[in-house]
Design a protein around this ligand. Sequence first.
Ligand SMILES: [Zn+2]
Length: 146
Amino acid sequence: MGQSTISADETDPREPTVRCDRCGKLGVIARATRHSDPALILRYCATCWPVASEELEARLQAEHDQRRHSPNATPAPPGWTTSSRSWHDVTRFLDLIAQSAKGGKTPSHEELASIAAEIQTKAAEFSGEMPAEVAVFIRLNSPPAA
Ligand SMILES: [Zn+2]
């Protein structure tokens, strides 16, 4: 099908001297890259990223819909990669896990523990305070201290 997607970019998106593409505030914590030629790179602050990422998903969805209606008219649009240090993304991810658990696809204890450990390791890089629900997730899924 050649559908374009949003996938993870492992590089650190934090740039304290760059202005947000949405509000102009100094200091960005998220980056979205469209792999077109030339590439389009958008950078956002912690406040704007939740809205910007939703707009990005909506835009991609609209392109998919358009292509479904006329699959031969346009070439597959280039994909995106995103990287952020936003707690918003972590809470969304934890919501997805909770939803898939409800649907019967329960992640194993090992998987949950490794997710908790990864969040814990990166916590200092994230913008702002850790949300209570994330702290609870880490507490519930971390192995007891030796
Ligand atoms: Zn902003």
